[in-house]
Design a protein around this ligand. Sequence first.
Ligand code: 8BR
Ligand code: ZN
Ligand code: ZN
Length: 338
Amino acid sequence: ANFQKLNIPKRVLEILDKQHDDLYIDPFECDKLSAGEGLVYLMLFLFENYNLFEVFLVKPKVVRSYFEEVTKGYQDNPYHSRVHAQDVAQTCNFLLSKCKFIEIGQLDEQDIACVLIAGAIHDYGHPGLTNAFLINSKNDLALTYNDQSVLEMFHPSQCFKIAWANSKANIFENLQFQKYRRIRESIISMVLSTDMAHHASELAITNSRVASPDFEPYGKDKQRLMDLVVHSSDVSNPTKNFEIYKEWTERVLTEFWQQGDKERELGLPISYLCNRYTTNMAEAQLGFIDYVVKPTFSCIQGFLPAFEPYFENLDKNKAKWQELVGYYKQQLASIQPQ
Ligand code: 8BR
Ligand code: ZN
Ligand code: ZN
């Protein structure tokens, strides 16, 4: 691989070289050093690393333009920003590479490309408001998608449109028809799997597939596992260093609380975790780890045993939040509505 030709700033390239498959890379630092182009550099680096320019029959220039467009579509939300996109794509690469999903699922270059692109685009155009808010406020997006996985339908739809609207940025243009259809289907499947409304039901099915005697991670179960890898990466904050995890948590709750303020103003029901006067950040994370993240990564461990050493971070981080419950309780007691 020749990373020099990609024109990635030296300090960013050094980090990517060393940490492109590391769970503990600092995405905020990367973004800062990249002047907002972190997602572009990450994807260029990974395209070169896995020879994906050849899968798509495109020049780096086209890939650069495409992910510049994708980056522009991410609003500056506290949580659902281009940094989250970069974080999820890079966490997918950690699972592909360090946790050996490529070997275990016998992923070809096309599959690898689909997983990484799905991670990069999965929250494109996110308005910083949840599906519930969009539905309750009769937002145009909810009307367009009939209240069904509203955002998760919107993100990939926009990302295919920006490719076809601009041939200088169309990474799909040179794909043969059938190959394009398979890539498109796979990416859409992975982004739809990030809808938390599907989490419990899909995880139950995937668990039973992993435990089944005819489980085929490299065959009939491969797409299902690719879906889980992207969904897991989306909820992977609690598996990381506490410092970085805490930053993400403050951001996700800042975004939720801004939504809660809007809901209060509009007389809509205030969504779960969105009430800034009653939500204890530490308690919310204890619940998120126990009911969402642990079951998700237990399933991941079931077919990617190399994840095992990282699983204990969940309990370490739980212990840190446990110590903070009292602090956040005091904070809540000191603020009054209105
Ligand atoms: P999205 O990125 O698609 O929104 O999915 C992640 C969801 O998990 C969030 O919307 C939120 O409901 C929940 N969540 C909680 Br609670 N804490 C989180 C955290 N620290 N990081 C990410 N998601 C979190
Ligand atoms: Zn999302
Ligand atoms: Zn996300």
